[in-house]
Design a protein around this ligand. Structure first.
Ligand code: NAD
Ligand code: TDX
Length: 340
């Protein structure tokens, strides 16, 4: 079995590469990644010498490079993680989100059509469903919830999902889609809530909470997401969407307070800043379908996962310190410098 994993130098993609190489020693895993600001080759250093692993630096929007890779490797499956993934950046500059997330998906699927594939899997997000109100804790996203996006990021992911389903219906491409809630764990890029708060707290810098910090996200440990995708590509039904989430809703402010406490820092570091434009209030996944059909259940409880994650950031300072010392400084200044 040969699998192309796009975006495998990013947060979830790298965790998926590690999971697959460990669980299936006879599989060949090809990581296709163009190493944007979010892709990091040092993340993959532990597998670079594995004879079953190959890294290819190219963009999923580069049709020629993608076709060449298919001709060389004859993949059985593609798992498409590659994307621009940060909502705040999509508000600053939507263009690259449309190019990578929509057109890149098209290029990958065109190659799958041209050369043949057993499965094309699209890694999507719960953000395609928009948000839920805080005062309706009885409501959850199911696979039937209408698509209703808020940010250029979520609109680009939803567009890609529609294209994936169109390629299935029109061309018979054997596809699946997963829509997961917020992930956390090792190798999470420090622009995102949890690693940003850990890094800032360790550096005794202000902890910028958007608005009142009451927005709710449904957090899942990254390994549980990887295991769900593994199940879907092997046992999921073609043409189906699977929601992934572990019923772990938390307010942002409560997450930040847990991190502060765990690191022995003062809550005085918490600073309320201007809200994100169009900020989604609450995400909450109903994972009944993947549980009933594929037997998936999350294994890591948040209390354990957040401790493991914090410990990972303490043990791997060189990984994130290198990231935040470079171009990230300009990003941080632009996004948070005058945020009031
Ligand atoms: P990330 O930003 O950490 O990593 C993205 C990776 O894709 C990077 O390695 C980057 O270099 C690569 N990439 C970007 N553009 C590319 C291109 N044109 N060609 C090839 N590679 C390219 O993202 P992540 O958080 O790991 O998210 C991975 C996927 O999972 C995304 O599709 C995202 O929408 C989805 N998702 C993320 C979450 C989450 O909580 N992080 C939740 C649900 C779904
Ligand atoms: O500095 C911050 N302060 C803050 O209050 C940051 C970076 C975030 N937040 C808030 C905004 C959100 O309510 O924390 C929450 C989480 O923010 P992000 O980490 O940016 O994640 P989110 O916008 O929820 O999107 C994530 O989950 C769905 C991923 O980045 C997406 O790729 C995925 O599709």
């Amino acid at each position: 079995m040969t699998i192309i994993v796009t975006g495998g130098a990013g947060f979830i993609g790298s965790n998926f590469v590690f999971h697959m190489l460990k669980k299936y020693p006879d599989y060949r895993i090809i990581c296709l990644d163009c190493l944007t600001y979010a892709g990091n080759l040092s993340t993959l250093k532990s597998v670079m010498d594995n004879p079953n692993f190959r890294f290819v630096k190219a963009s999923i929007t580069d049709r020629e490079a993608v076709n060449k890779l298919f001709e060389e490797e004859h993949p059985d499956m593609v798992v498409n993680f590659a994307a621009e993934s940060h909502v705040d950046r999509s508000i600053e500059n939507p263009s690259v989100f449309l190019e990578t997330n929509i057109l890149g998906t098209q290029v990958m699927m065109d190659a799958c059509r041209k050369y043949g594939i057993k499965r094309y899997h699209q890694v999507s997000t719960d953000e395609v469903y928009g948000d839920l109100p805080l005062d309706r804790p009885d409501l959850f996203f199911t696979e039937e919830t209408p698509i209703h996006t808020s940010s250029p990021y979520s609109a680009s992911k939803a567009s890609a999902d529609l294209l994936v389903m169109a390629y299935h219906r029109t061309f018979g491409l054997p596809v699946t889609i997963s829509r997961c809630s917020n992930n956390y764990g090792p190798y999470h890029f420090p622009e995102k809530l949890i690693p940003l708060m850990i890094a800032n707290a360790l550096n005794d810098k202000p902890l910028p909470v958007y608005g009142k910090g009451e927005n709710v996200r449904d957090w899942l440990y990254v390994e549980d997401h990887c295991k769900a995708i593994d199940l879907i590509i092997h046992k999921g039904r073609e043409g189906e969407v699977y929601n992934i989430g572990g019923h772990n809703e938390m307010k942002n402010i409560d997450i930040v307070k847990i991190i502060v406490k765990e690191l022995g820092k003062s809550e005085d570091l918490i600073t309320y800043v201007a809200d994100r434009k169009g900020h989604d209030m609450r995400y909450a996944i109903d994972p009944t379908k993947i549980h009933n059909e594929l037997g998936w259940l999350p294994e890591t409880k948040f209390a354990d996962g957040i401790k493991k994650t914090i410990q990972w950031y303490l043990d791997n300072k060189e990984w994130w310190e290198e990231i935040i010392s470079g171009e990230y400084q300009n990003y941080y200044e632009k996004m948070y410098g005058n945020r009031g």
